[in-house]
Design a protein around this ligand. Structure first.
Ligand code: PLP
Length: 398
């Protein structure tokens, strides 16, 4: 078994030498000329059964070789048999809910989750009843008609960590989906801990450059077949250009994640000591004293930091407006540092009461640390703190 940094560079490129090319070919075909009807019919049958056709893709909604190479590469990094790519993280989540529906429509979910995932589950659009459970109370929530357990670690936006192995044990025979977007396969491999589905918004760290919307689910071959069947019927495809860019981005994923994480550690320590900051949520601040499962589950704390400002909404808004180097924007995992306000943006679709319960306050900001120099980032934050303090003073005078 080769190291993950080696796999990141080489996985999914097994056919390139035979093809006589160095970069993976970008196949934009929507349909494929068929040499022989019998053979094409057999290929079509394979695809309808959820398998990858051995001959022609027949039609691009059934299979695309550029997307297939990215899927092979991501499965290698997640140490699963297969992965299935979709047009967005939410399309990937939807496909998992549709596939799980055939086992049972009741869902058990551990909060907090990504805002739109929470919204999708609460809406009942693609599932039946949802039981929200604390991570250590999952077992009690499981019913005969439970089709899926959904959890996220580190969780968005509070960076709560959930013990994957414990949730899997409590779920028994019910499959567990882990949204591993914040961790990437560089920091954790949930399938090794028993997760049935490892889901990513590939829009984030996997793509890494803020130019592709995509989702992917790493799983075993039997579940991958179900997901390919859902994709074929519902059409939530990843465009081959997106897959090409994602595959290209995977090569630098280990370097990007490690470097951003190093900077995040430095920034979190300084944030913790800043007088304008009420609290910092970053798993790296207490890594040495963290429970054993946490250190076994994750190789590092990642590059996301959430921090609560003493000045509440006004201070958070002023800081977000004053930064010049960081991009005030939702999303995360890009080469540039992004800062956003969860209560006002990513988690706005939740009710205020649910936000409160998850610890998403009005003074909370979420920072996705990028590849800039950490000292430059800190200077940008100091300017932001100064602006926040000014609004506080002017309000006090008014
Ligand atoms: C962004 C995100 C999603 C949704 O992914 P899209 O690609 O935006 O559809 C799901 N989960 C997490 C944790 C995310 O950060």
């Amino acid at each position: 078994m080769k190291a993950i940094s080696t796999q990141a560079v080489h996985a999914g490129r097994g056919d390139l030498r035979r093809l006589g090319v160095h970069a993976p070919p970008l196949d934009l075909s929507t349909t494929y000329p068929l040499e022989d009807l019998d053979r094409a019919t057999a290929d079509l049958d394979e695809a309808v059964a959820g398998r990858i056709p051995g001959g022609s893709p027949v039609y691009a909604r059934l299979h695309n070789p550029t997307v297939g190479r990215f899927e092979t590469a991501l499965a290698t990094l997640e140490m699963t048999e297969a992965s299935v790519a979709f047009g967005s993280g939410m399309a990937a989540m939807s496909a998992c809910l549709l596939a799980a529906g055939s086992r049972g429509s009741h869902i058990v979910a551990v909060r907090p989750l990504y805002g739109t995932t929470d919204h999708l589950l609460s809406s009942g659009l693609l599932c039946g009843e949802v039981s929200w459970a604390e991570a250590d109370r999952v077992a009690e929530a499981i019913r005969l008609d439970t089709g899926l357990v959904i959890m996220e670690t580190p969780a968005n936006p509070t960076l709560n960590l959930v013990d994957i192995r414990s949730v899997v044990r409590q779920a028994g025979s019910v499959p567990v989906l882990v949204d591993s977007t914040f961790a990437t396969p560089i920091l954790q491999q949930p399938a090794e801990l028993g997760a049935s589905y490892v889901m990513h918004s590939a829009t984030k760290f996997l793509g890494g450059h803020g130019d592709v919307i995509a989702g992917v689910v790493a799983t075993d071959e039997a579940r991958a077949r179900e997901l390919r069947q859902v994709r074929l019927m519902t059409g939530g495809l990843l465009h081959p250009l997106g897959a090409y860019l994602l595959h290209r981005g995977l090569a630098t994923l280990p370097v990007r994640v490690e470097r951003a994480q190093e900077s995040a550690i430095r920034l979190a320590v300084r944030l913790k000591d800043h007088p304008a900051v009420e609290s910092v949520r970053f798993p790296g601040l207490s890594w040495a004293s963290a429970p054993a499962w946490q250190r076994a589950q994750m190789r590092g704390p990642g590059a996301l930091i959430a921090f609560e400002l003493k000045g509440g909404y006004q201070a958070a808004s002023a800081l977000m407006g004053a930064v010049r180097l960081m991009t005030p924007a939702v999303s995360l995992g890009s080469v540039d540092t992004l800062i956003q306000h969860p209560a006002g943006l990513t988690h706005r679709v939740m009710t205020a009461a649910d936000r409160d319960q998850c610890g998403i306050g009005d003074g909370l900001l979420r920072l996705s640390v990028g590849l800039e120099d950490p000292d430059d980032l800190w200077q940008d934050l100091l300017n932001g703190f100064a602006a926040a303090e000014m609004t506080g003073k002017s309000r006090a005078l008014a």
